[in-house]
Design a protein around this ligand. Sequence first.
Ligand code: NAD
Length: 364
Amino acid sequence: MKIGVLKETVAGESRVASTPDVVKKLTAKGFQVMLESGAGDAAHFTDAEYKSVGATVVDRQTALGCDIVVKVRKIDQADIDQLSDSTILISLIEICEDDGTLQALFDRQIRMIALERIPRISRAQSMDVLSSQSNIAGYRAVIEAAAHYGRFLPLMMTSAGSAKPARVVVLGVGVAGLQAIATARRMGADVYAYDIRPETKEQIESLGAKAIELDIGESGSGEGGYAKELSDEAKAKQQQMLADELAKAHVIITTALIPCRPAPTLVTEEVVERMREGSVLVDLAAATGGNCPLTEADQVVTKHGVTLIGHTNYPAMMPTDSSNFYATNVLNLLNIMVEKGENGLALKDLDEDEITQAALVRPE
Ligand SMILES: NC(=O)c1ccc[n+]([C@@H]2O[C@H](COP(=O)([O-])OP(=O)(O)OC[C@H]3O[C@@H](n4cnc5c(N)ncnc54)[C@H](O)[C@@H]3O)[C@@H](O)[C@H]2O)c1
């Protein structure tokens, strides 16, 4: 069974869907890996490294013709015609921002596994690219904040004077938020955190941070562990109640998302005006409108004396580790998709396992 690994084409995307460590495991299992030449360059994996663990380096068209094609970002429409009829495509397919790619794939009857759709159950944790990549985003958000903040994060006592620890507030305590809390704590900051799902309080405290508790009159817990959108009244109450806590922060990291909906506004312009000159806000929701209306996607700007960081692809800023995690998630998924048959590896019925059944995209 042949697996094609494609080079990513989206501007700024430096990740690759399989890495030499994982290719070694795939070939040991019996897969033939066909890597598009240069696919790993931006993540610092050379063609020679892939070859040394058994991959064959090929052109894009050959990689597209494989039984299974793996990618990070959704496939380019121009590549869809090159896929073979029986191909299974595995990638993120960015369902919420579909631009016709889905229909083009349905028209060709290509089977595709949308990695966003891997269900959030314990057994699927090792295949969950949203979690592995969010973890990286949470870490990198703190590193970016520290790099733009003109002071220390930890308490510093030196012969030249001392500095107080920074007050860091993390808004949204999912996977990225938890990692941001842990990273900021490791760097010695005083960390406060808030989420609309009350069950996060214990997780915040277990990382040595303080939970900000607000009574906004409704719960934000939605289906599958995700948040649901609040009523307009609760949104206004939340903004107002958070304002004093946020105005005191030196660094704010916002990670609040609602699946397929615009990000909620948590940090208003009025709050930014009240923040101290030189403070930093990292808005991990910048791609979906931002948790602060002043954030600009893919830009670092200063407004009212506050640096607003709006990068939209943190994992691509750490492409070696993010690709390794991504590739391992895909390997774990492939392990449940195939079995050893008489003539080598054979594909299982994708409807038989609840994980592949949920992630397989079908026309509505
Ligand atoms: N396999 C698994 O079991 C698995 C894997 C990953 C995540 N999860 C769980 O799924 C849940 C969602 O995690 P995620 O990282 O995907 O979340 P996410 O990226 O969708 O959202 C980030 C956080 O923002 C919060 N949020 C949304 N609106 C908000 C608002 N108005 N104010 C404050 N906070 C707001 C959400 O509650 C969430 O915690 C978590 O409970 C996580 O532990 C489970």
